[in-house]
Design a protein around this ligand. Structure first.
Ligand SMILES: [Fe+2]
Length: 531
């Protein structure tokens, strides 16, 4: 599509967003209205808005939830008039999935704004059909056009829930104003192990007043509790408006299950009543896959790691450093094995294979865990240990295979930073230098800066965090909520990364030219080496 057509599409999109906002305001829904579009008890209700995700060049997932057993009727078109329906299908929402339904819209044109319309048909009374709800996403391009996206993580943490008087989860509204092609949520999409109390006292004497729900008033242990965490977030109108307009690529981190869990962990944490992390993870995984619009992997239905091919300029690799990791204590082991796993052998092999196959100019690696927080070597040795064995192996593989232009993005630290990993500063040096950009939280406590592990030589080029005077767990209303913005120029391939805050201020930015070179399969980047 030409840039002119693309601009037209953006105009349509803005008009849609304006219309959506006007309709919401006209209905008197304000910022915290119950997420429902029909009050009729006779007709099904769409309870929590719509979502889309995992878009490709010709498809995208869509999601919604009903208030009863209902059939989700799906239509898609390339204009918001819906005069040219290009896709029609259905998916059933039953109690077994908490009345959620999601489906893949296929055979779409590339690089195109897609409008989708969802209705729920009562399975017990076929004539009863809900009001329609409309969302949109853009398919990935097949040509070298300019693209942009945002990333962040950490939603509704540390008891900082939805305070209507403070505008709810405002970072979602700010990200929406950037009109990104998609959003990468790097994890901690819920805080299953954090309750949301009625109120919290702020250091300035003010009171933060949360909307509260029964499920968010206790730590999650049952499937209903985990589901309740996602439903809580979707009470926020900023999030629902964002979801209706921007597709999400969702990862998970630890708080989707509980703080710092690992799969084999047996424990007796106070208040849990469940002694197996694996059992909690199974329930958490079910809720995550029900409530997040990610694709289903038949080979491993609970899989989170995957690759998104986003046209010739971008491949995105979403990693899962939680589901396959070994025990938390094994930091001193020098041999690779179950105790030192982070990605695990199957994911690591997949990742290496897909990196070498990638012909995209930029390879973005979305990681739930920042590399600088992984304890990777012992001070007495320059050899990697523990979980560092896998990371060292991966980084040296990237170097040996000639994989160029890898960029790591993450959240998790609850502040924003730009880290440059330099072998010249590192204990372990067999890798090419690379950037890791950190953003978040979207809506959670802000931390003070953490000390980074020096194994791979991270240099803190920029960071913006809570000050030591402010302390850890600074409330979201103090402005230190963050997201990152990435723009890739279609003509030059130049990458621009901007770290932003909830006020949409650009705190720090850098532009990086792509390096040319051959990858392991002999493909040559079409771009000249400008570095
Ligand atoms: Fe977090």
């Amino acid at each position: 599509m030409s840039e002119r057509l693309r601009a037209g599409s953006a105009t349509t999109r803005r008009r849609f967003l304006t219309t959506l906002a006007s309709a919401t305001a006209a209905a008197g829904l304000g910022n915290i209205a119950p997420p429902a579009f029909s009050r009729s008890s006779q007709r099904p209700i769409v309870t929590h808005g719509v979502q889309s995700g995992d878009v490709s060049t010709d498809s995208g997932m869509v999601w919604a939830r009903a208030d009863r057993p209902a059939r989700m009727l799906i239509e898609a078109a390339t204009t918001d008039s819906f005069k040219d329906i290009c896709h029609a299908s259905f998916a059933d929402a039953l109690p077994e999935t908490d009345f959620t339904a999601k489906a893949l819209i296929e055979d779409l044109p590339a690089g195109q704004q897609i409008f989708y319309r969802l209705r729920f048909q009562d399975l017990s009374a076929a004539q009863a059909i809900s009001e329609p709800i409309i969302g949109q996403f853009r398919t990935a391009p097949t040509d070298r056009r300019s693209i942009s996206f945002v990333w962040s993580g950490d939603t509704a943490g540390q008891g900082w829930g939805i305070d209507p008087a403070r505008g709810g989860m405002r970072t979602y509204a700010t990200m929406l104003r950037n009109c990104p092609d998609f959003f990468v949520h790097c994890g901690d999409g819920i805080y299953a192990d954090c309750t949301v109390p009625t109120q919290q006292k702020l250091p300035n004497g003010e009171i933060w007043r949360n909307i509260v729900t029964e499920e968010k008033s206790r730590v999650a242990t049952t499937l209903a509790d985990y589901r309740g965490n996602y439903k809580y977030n979707l009470l926020d109108a900023n999030l629902r408006d964002f979801n209706a307009a921007v597709p999400i690529f969702a990862q998970w981190d630890n708080h989707e299950v509980m703080e710092d869990w690992w799969p084999g962990e047996a424990f007796d944490r106070r208040g849990y009543g469940v002694k197996s992390a694996l059992l909690l993870a199974a329930r958490a995984s079910r809720a995550f896959h029900e409530y997040m619009p990610l694709r289903y992997t038949p080979a491993e239905p609970g899989r989170v790691y995957r690759k998104i091919s986003y046209g010739p300029l971008l491949d995105l690799f979403l990693l899962d450093m939680r589901s396959y990791r070994g025990p938390n204590e094994a930091h001193s082991e020098t041999q690779y094995g179950p105790n030192t796993q982070l990605l695990g052998p199957a994911q690591l092999a997949w990742f290496k294979r897909e990196l070498t196959r990638s012909t995209a100019t930029w390879k973005f690696i979305a990681s739930d865990t920042p590399l600088g927080t992984i304890i990777a070597h012992s001070p007495s040795s320059r050899m990697p240990v523990g979980r560092g064995i896998e990371i060292a192996d991966l980084l040296s593989f990237i170097r040996r295979a000639g994989v160029r232009n890898t960029i790591w993005i993450t959240a998790d630290l609850h502040y924003t930073a730009a880290h440059y990993f330099d072998p010249n500063n590192a204990a372990f040096q067999d890798f090419d230098p690379f950037w890791e950009f950190v953003s978040g939280p979207i809506h959670a406590g802000t931390w003070t800066p953490c000390a980074l592990d020096r194994s791979f030589g991270p240099r803190i080029v920029f960071q913006n965090a809570a000050s030591h005077e402010q302390g850890d767990n600074l409330a979201p209303c103090f402005g230190l909520q963050f997201f990152g913005h990435v723009a890739i120029d279609g003509q030059t391939g130049t990458l621009t990364v901007t770290l932003k805050d909830v006020g949409d201020r650009a705190l720090w930015t850098t532009s990086i030219e792509p390096q040319s070179g051959q990858n392991a399969r002999g493909h040559t980047s079409p771009l000249p080496d400008k570095t």
